[in-house]
Design a protein around this ligand. Structure first.
Ligand SMILES: [Cu+2]
Length: 71
């Protein structure tokens, strides 16, 4: 079990939140997605360490930019 927080730019409303929750939630091993619009952070719970490259790809495909793991 792993929890990873990513910094994502371009999120502005509940629709962005719903979109990212859906696309990230569909990835293998992901058990939970928490989007925080105020801080621009997305926290992903997963059964194994998430693949950052894949995460960046799905976020990018959805129209946002994953800038890296949040400190
Ligand atoms: Cu939006």
């Amino acid at each position: 079990m792993s929890t990873t927080t990513y910094a994502v730019s371009g999120m502005s409303c509940a629709h962005c939140k719903a979109t990212l929750t859906k696309v990230i939630g569909e990835l293998d091993g992901v058990t939970g997605v928490d989007v925080d619009l105020a801080t621009g952070q997305v926290t992903v719970s997963s059964t194994t360490e998430p693949d950052d490259a894949l995460m960046g790809e799905v976020v990018d495909d959805a129209g946002y930019e994953l800038t890296g793991r949040a400190a």
